[in-house]
Design a protein. Sequence first.
Length: 584
Amino acid sequence: MSSDLGAERRGTTGDPRGAVRVPPGLPAELSELVEAERARFGVPGCAVLVVAGGRVVLNAGFGVRDLASRRPVTPDTLFPIASATKTFTAALCALLVDRGLLSWDQPVRDHLPDFRLHDQIATAQVTLADLLSHRSGLPRHDILWYAAREEAGRVDMLAALRHLDPAGGLRHAWRYNNLLYAAAGEAAARAAGRSYEAAVRELLLDPLGMHRSTFAIDDLAADEDAAQPYATAGPDGPLGPVPYTRLDLIAPAGGLNSCLTDLARWLPTLLGTRVDGHDPLLPPSALARMRTPAVPLPDRSSLAVGRPVGYGLGLIVEDYRGHRLTHHGGNIDGFASQVSTIPEAGCGVVVLTNRDGSALRDALPCLIYDRLLDLPPRPHGETALARQTALDRGRVQARERTAAPRPGLPPVRPLTDYVGDYRHPGYGKLTVTADGNGLAATYRGLAGPLTHRHLEVFNLVLHLGGECTLLPVQFQHDVHGDVSAALLAAEPAVEAVRFTRVPETAHLTDAVLDGLTGDYRLGPLEAEVRRGGDGRLTLLLVEGDVVDLTPVHGLVFAIGGGGARVEFTEDGRLLTPIGDLARR
């Protein structure tokens, strides 16, 4: 490692204004508060860190990390922090900018020459700051990485970006995107001359002494003090275990696993204060840039607990009851987290939970900040739980509505007509199969039945993180009546993704193709079918140009890949747009 990357940053110590006073009984009071709220939200276990007044006020686990063994949560219990990783990625980039190895405002292609978006203007102009503030115009497209997380590499996934539809123009609005955080992490890796994970380890985790934190899901699963993930199938369903989610593919967006012991060193870093007597790791200019809103958030953003101000670089910025609050939460199958600070008051809160999507992560910081800042109490727990319950019930209602078939609109063709492979240049392959139970579909690492809704519309039924999810699929047919494509409602912010049907060619052996070659005639009209240099069939029709024949299905071929077709019959005829020709 070069000396400039390995050097520990020395800067100002930071002197938060209006630091809060911590009375002697506060830790016990906060512990009672946390335990009461944990019970209210039905969370098996949580870990809570509170930093205020220049010291750690609370660093404790509550409940259990594993319902089966009843092992308790401890300050060393590892949790996936999901999207709270984004702040680490922004901090890594900030250190590299400070060293002159990256630039906030130069085009990303200066650091990643192969980087491409669907929009050419955005490709040429989008910067690292745009990626880290979610203002590229590209919406989530999350099903892409979620489905491919066990099979694809990060570089391959980034190559798919050029084929994904944007939902708006560059810097027009805030549109959350995990894939572009992976791109930012890859840019940082190129600049650092090592993998993203190694760069975070060498520039952030090791200098801060965060030695338990890891990006490896296998290390997490094997750790003796790791939280187990839990979720319910619906608002009234029982709580049950779900698998860990492998996030290597988008590690810069959400792949870090950490614990309170380590995050007790991260919170002071975000506050700009010393850690173990060392000067702050992040320079003041880096913290200032990360905390400065780069794009407005919607007024009623679901990410905000107060009044949204904007999204900085890896940090949500809002006004919380007259105080500037910066934070980032995370949700992934079976876990919910929140890492927040109020820099002017020198205080911060971390909440880690092992229940999927739990709003406990949002309620607890508000309750704790109210106490730290001596603000009139508000019923944050009741409010957050009511909102979460309504959202859960709303999802069930929407799912039931989506699942309901339209009366009087039965299937329009035999189900076997839909069987085959469909492909999109960015999303990859969708495979439709049939058995005695009907149709089913496999999209990369996801699979489930296709239930009929109406006409040529089906629902792909998936179970993601313990919850049933329906993705509508609409099949299309061409002017010849053949199924030509499948539209998958993969990203709600754009039109459905069109997967084009892949021709079946296994039956087109050399012997079959050779048997189709020859001369065909209809009176004085002649056609020649030959094998080209690449082995494909070619057609010369009535002294026209020689064109390739592209397989469609069976012995039907498209002329030159266009809409016109020819078909070879078992009795030796060639059916063409100019008539039926017989073999000579």
